[in-house]
Design a protein around this ligand. Structure first.
Ligand SMILES: *[C@@H]1O[C@H](CO)[C@@H](O)[C@H](O)[C@H]1NC(C)=O
Ligand SMILES: *[C@@H]1O[C@H](CO)[C@@H](O)[C@H](O)[C@H]1NC(C)=O
Ligand SMILES: *[C@@H]1O[C@H](CO)[C@@H](O)[C@H](O)[C@H]1NC(C)=O
Ligand SMILES: *[C@@H]1O[C@H](CO)[C@@H](O)[C@H](O)[C@H]1NC(C)=O
Ligand SMILES: *[C@@H]1O[C@H](CO)[C@@H](O)[C@H](O)[C@H]1NC(C)=O
Ligand SMILES: *[C@@H]1O[C@H](CO)[C@@H](O)[C@H](O)[C@H]1NC(C)=O
Length: 504
């Protein structure tokens, strides 16, 4: 459907306008990441997308089972290319042609509605130390040429999702926006490419990170209900940081002679656990505020009209790197098992339209806990917790988290259970040198959920490696990884694809 505002449209009257607005508001997309120990079957997730009315999905890779499940679904797809493939694709035409044949053409031929290829993910983050500066743009050009050669040049656009720090404003006013000085020339080459091919500029926008990193950041400016600290920019008053951030990019594009390049918000969202300010109340407030904002169709001060955006994210990922913070594993609007976390209306009204995943099968109703007789002063208890938390997920423990109210024994039990579930309730994973025992009584209290993991799906390609106690090499590798990841750099939404914690 084409939304026009000329004489013909006027003749159709309000109906068309309403239909167009409905289309904008229904047009929200979502990111589907897969760094999880127990992924739901791809078909279950595709059904979840359809049940919830998502008509667009953004992927970080081109996994065969996922693209296979999206065939015939009617869901528009942005496929991703991990950063570690950029150098190979930049090197010559052959690699890109192979990639397009295997990861685009094949799936398009099987009814997958691929609209975009995202070449790399936030490759210009300063924390990457310039690793991808020389290869990202050549890789985009190679993939573009390969798509044209495959006859898909018109239907599949090449772009690159960029972190919002590729543009900035020296004064803080959006209208003074420009691209970062150290990559200015490169950004212009990329924007020129996007303009020439009709592809969008994809930017990831994170008000949560602004708040997380700056205790003086005005809380209400992160949301959409008006701010006591608005930013006044000439005749425009910015009441929320999303609009200001978005319009800083609009201004950067205008300043450099590309006022018409379209913008897609590649990631936007709010996490629910792990640190202060990450909780379901704020996540609901932010996401609902954002969805209502874009459903209104008013756009931003410098770009009135529809906003094209992908929420981050669909489902929690328990194996994401937590180097940026413990919140990293809690961005989902759904828990690991496809249950909604809080009421949310994707249409932008104040109801709830979220539908849980259907037909999820769980492991047995059994948990692993610290034996009541265990002595907390025993050195083996601390060792067990370190071991469990190094390999499983303990990011719901700690100050201002969902399990922050547990006592010391509760903490230990939480860690043991997390490890036990991650290992598919293998008996050997509930031993901890005799300190642990299984129970059929749910230890969950209040907001603290002791999970039961999802049963491994038969035939799933994305089954995570299973580890059991005593696998010394794995523990050592994980420990070294944790040490390696510790550092001063901020790296949200970075995906360490090949770390030993994630995939073997
Ligand atoms: C297709 O994509 C997958 C996932 O990123 C990758 O492992 C594979 O190498 C790609 N195929 C080709 C021929 O490049
Ligand atoms: C970037 O450089 C810093 C300082 O030299 C180093 O500590 C860090 O590990 C590097 N990061 C990456 C991703 O290479
Ligand atoms: C990128 O290219 C420049 C200029 O040729 C070179 O100095 C730099 O080392 C290259 N960077 C990387 C990460 O390869
Ligand atoms: C942008 O679009 C407008 C309206 O279609 C057009 O008049 C203008 O020439 C375009 N500008 C550029 C730089 O392409
Ligand atoms: C939703 O509720 C909030 C807070 O009560 C209100 O400000 C907002 O206008 C409502 N939005 C819609 C679309 O009803
Ligand atoms: C529970 O564990 C968390 C995270 O390690 C810690 O901050 C907290 O102090 C512990 N609580 C008790 C009562 O030991």
């Amino acid at each position: 459907m084409v939304c026009v505002s000329n004489g013909a449209a006027a003749a159709l009257g309000r109906l068309l306008v309403l239909a167009c607005m409905a289309r904008w508001s229904a047009g929200v997309g979502v990111n589907w990441g897969t760094q999880m120990s127990h992924p739901l079957p791809a078909g279950t997730v595709v059904q979840l997308l359809k049940d919830n009315g998502f008509d667009k999905v953004k992927l970080f890779d081109a996994e065969d089972d996922i693209l296979g499940a999206l065939g015939g679904s009617g869901v528009q797809v942005m496929v991703g290319i991990p950063n570690d493939m950029l150098a190979g694709l930049a090197a010559g035409a052959k690699a890109a042609e192979d990639w397009v044949a295997k990861n685009v053409s094949k799936h398009v031929n099987h009814g997958v509605d691929i609209r975009y290829v995202a070449v790399g993910n936030e490759p210009f983050l300063q924390t990457f130390n310039g690793t991808y500066l020389n290869t990202t743009f050549p890789a985009m050009q190679s993939v573009q040429a390969a798509l044209v050669k495959a006859g898909l040049g018109g239907q599949v656009k090449v772009t690159v999702p960029l972190n919002a720090d590729v543009y900035q404003s020296p004064t803080g006013k959006p209208s003074d926006g420009d691209f970062r000085a150290d990559i200015h020339g490169l950004m212009l080459a990329i924007v020129q490419f996007l303009a020439a091919t009709g592809a969008p500029f994809v930017a990831n926008v994170y008000p949560f990170i602004s708040l997380h990193e700056d205790p003086n950041f005005p809380l209400d400016y992160a949301f959409f209900q008006g701010s006591t600290a608005p930013v006044v920019d000439g005749g425009v008053t910015y009441q929320n940081t999303f609009d200001a951030n978005h319009d800083t990019l609009v201004a950067a594009l205008r300043r450099n002679g590309y006022p018409n390049v379209s913008i897609v918000v590649g990631e936007v969202g709010w996490p629910t656990d792990g640190v202060t300010n990450a909780n379901p109340q704020y996540a609901r407030q932010f996401n609902q505020g954002f969805l209502s904002h874009i459903a209104s169709g008013q756009g931003t001060p410098l770009r009135p009209g529809p906003v094209d955006a992908y929420l981050f994210s669909l489902i929690d990922e328990d194996q994401k790197s937590i180097e940026p913070g413990n919140f990293e594993r809690h961005w989902g609007i759904f828990y690991y098992d496809g249950k909604p976390k809080y009421p949310l209306s994707l249409r932008g009204d104040n109801g709830s339209t979220l539908t849980p995943a259907r037909g999820v099968s769980y492991l047995d109703r059994r948990w692993c806990v610290l034996k009541p007789s265990a002595n907390l002063a025993d050195q083996k208890v601390g060792d067990g917790v370190s071991y469990a938390c190094g390999l499983a997920d303990c990011t719901s423990l700690g100050y201002k988290t969902s399990c922050g109210g547990l006592d010391a024994k509760g903490n230990v039990s939480y860690a043991f259970n997390s490890y036990y579930q991650t290992n598919d309730q293998d008996d050997r994973a509930c031993d901890f040198r005799g300190l642990a025992t299984t129970t059929t009584v749910d230890p969950s209290t209040g907001t603290c959920r002791f999970i039961i993991d999802i049963a491994p799906s038969s035939g799933a390609a994305a089954v995570a490696p299973r580890r059991v106690a005593g696998d010394v090499a794995a523990v050592l590798a994980a420990f070294l990884l944790l040490v390696k990841l510790k550092g001063p750099n901020r790296k949200w939404a970075i995906r360490f694809r090949d770390s030993p914690l994630h995939k073997s």
